[in-house]
Each structure stands twice: as structure tokens, then as C-alpha cells.
Write a protein that binds this ligand. Structure first.
Ligand code: FES
Length: 104
């Protein structure tokens, strides 16, 4: 069961143990970390936007086209932006570190 480290929107740090096989978005919503996930994981709302720690970004693999298009339409993205709903957590993600993006 991997543990991921999160900086929330209010700036506090927390760590949660997650189940492999669920999406990052699902893990964040299950732990009430203020991720709305309006579209339910369809990569169409942007409310699961997170900033991945730079040393983890490459390890997650590239963004898919749909995810990249959605991120292009958001204002507060950076080079480490990802949609939590498009990342399936695995045991190899133990230690993943991220910041939940501000709501636009
Ligand atoms: S939950 Fe809507 S884009 Fe991820």
C-alpha cells in the first residue's frame, strides 16, 4: 500500500496510504482533501489538477492527449501539472509527492 505526500490548498502537509489500482483523484477525494472531481474522472473539468513534485513528474510517464488538452485550457498550470484522474496509483508510487492546485 503506497503512501503519498500531499500539500493541500491551505498549505498544510499530509500523508495518506492509498490502494494501488485507484486513481490519484479517487484517493484524494476518499480522504476529503477538497478535490471536487466534478466530471468524475473524464478529464474534462480540471478540478483534480495537481502539481507533481519535479523529481516524481518524469516517473509518472507522459500525459495522454486528452489530459494535455484540458491542462492547456487551465490558467494555473506549470510543467509539473497533471490531472489526478489520469494517474493510476501503483506500489511503485510509494513516496509520490504533490500539491493540490488552486481552484481557478
Ligand atoms: S476529475 Fe475532472 S478532470 Fe479529473
Amino acid at each position: 500500500m503506497p503512501t503519498i505526500h500531499i500539500t493541500t490548498r491551505n498549505g498544510s502537509d499530509t500523508s495518506i496510504a492509498v490502494n494501488a489500482g485507484v486513481s490519484l483523484m479517487e484517493a484524494l477525494t476518499e480522504h476529503d482533501l477538497d478535490v471536487e472531481a466534478v466530471c468524475g474522472g473524464a478529464a474534462s473539468c480540471g478540478t483534480c489538477h495537481v502539481h507533481i513534485a519535479p523529481d516524481w513528474f518524469e516517473r509518472l510517464g507522459p500525459r495522454e492527449e486528452l489530459e494535455a488538452m484540458l491542462l492547456d485550457g487551465l490558467l494555473n498550470t506549470d510543467e509539473t501539472s497533471r490531472l489526478g484522474c489520469q494517474i493510476t496509483l501503483a506500489d511503485a508510487h510509494d513516496g509520490l509527492t504533490l500539491t493540490i492546485a488552486e481552484v481557478e
